[in-house]
Write a protein of this length. Structure first.
Length: 344
């Protein structure tokens, strides 16, 4: 019994020992293979860093507004007797656009104007008679009141007729009209939108931390989705005097010449406030920058014993414009940086 137990124990030891020995032999051969294997090479594209001039900007967003814009309505109600404009046309200041029926007011005006000469003559005659003492003061006052009252009635009727003629308050472009000939117009009814689009405005906000870098007359590049590759040139025309308590932002307004008429009110726009140019700055394509837990990194090509190798370098990135990034720290001129390939 003891011999049988001894032999079983010996067989188990030999079995486990052979397995362990085989695994050690296998690991040794794998290590030898990896040690002798040629170092892998990966094709990459690189760029050599050259100092350039960098124009920093403050980015903002806003909506385009017209120089002047108003939805025309009527001050009084009435039936539309004439429409003197076409939808989408240019109109001049004080140009008649819509007329309401004013036959009754015009008839009353003619009646009052017809009675005015007699009332004036009576007033002037009574004025002379009163000075001579031929009539009483009461008679003179009645003649005077009648004349001036009739003159006021005439002015009132003229004003009523004028209010029934809707005119353009400024030159501009009208939109699509919302009224029709013969329609009964109420004071709250919209007639048409009128806008002066010769000069557009853009309102946007900037953080109060950037207030010291913003000033009146500063150049601004504006981009809209309708023309993504065309910057519209403008300049800052007004800065709100107070900072918003709720948001900590300052409202800014820029004027944009719109002689070609490409800009329309209500367009969403992105604004780049142009800051003073910085010389001899380092920039890189954004494809060369990778992000890790330690921050932004680039791979710098180095020469080790005559062989090209790369090393990871932490960089501090400033502003990003399009596909270009401004590098503040970590890269120097003449460094060779990997822009695409195995490492990025």
């Amino acid at each position: 019994m003891k011999k049988w137990t001894f032999f079983m124990l010996l067989i188990a030891i030999l079995l486990f020992g052979s397995v362990i020995g085989f695994n050690l032999f296998k690991q040794q051969k794998i290590a030898e293979y990896l040690a002798n294997r040629p170092e892998p090479e990966f094709p990459v594209t690189v760029t050599t860093v050259k100092p350039v001039d960098w124009i920093p900007v403050i980015e903002a967003i806003g909506f385009v507004e017209p120089n002047q814009g108003v939805t025309l309505t009527s001050e009084t109600s009435g039936v539309i007797s004439n429409i003197s404009f076409a939808s989408g046309s240019m109109v001049e200041k004080d140009q008649l656009l819509v007329s309401l029926d004013s036959d009754v007011e015009k008839a009353n005006l003619k009646s009052s104007q017809a009675r005015l000469p007699a009332a004036k003559a009576k007033y002037e005659r009574y004025q002379g008679l009163y000075k001579k003492g031929s009539i009483s003061r009461e008679a003179y006052d009645d003649a005077e009141a009648s004349y001036f009252s009739l003159s006021a009635d005439i002015e009132s009727l003229k004003a009523q007729i004028d209010r029934r003629e809707i005119k353009a308050p400024f030159s501009g472009v009208v939109g699509i009209r919302n009224v029709f000939l013969g329609q009964y117009l109420q004071p709250s009814d919209d007639i048409v939108r009128l806008e002066d689009t010769s000069l557009m405005k853009l309102r946007f906000t900037v953080p109060q931390t950037d207030f010291s870098r913003v000033s009146i007359g500063q150049d601004v590049d504006i981009f809209v989705d309708a023309y993504p590759n065309q910057p519209f040139k403008g300049s800052i025309s007004a800065i709100e005097p107070a900072v918003s308590i709720q948001s900590g932002l300052i409202q800014v307004q820029a004027d944009i010449p719109n002689n070609d008429g490409k800009l329309r009110s209500g367009m969403f726009a992105r604004a780049n406030i142009i800051l003073p140019k910085l010389e001899n700055q380092v920039t890189l394509p954004q494809t060369a920058i990778t992000f890790t837990l330690y921050g932004d990194n680039v791979y710098v090509v180095t020469d080790v014993d005559g062989e090209k190798r790369v090393k990871q370098q932490v960089v501090k990135v400033g502003e990003r414009t399009g596909d270009i990034a401004h590098i503040l720290e970590g890269v120097s001129p003449d460094d060779i940086i990997v822009t695409s390939g195995r490492y990025v």
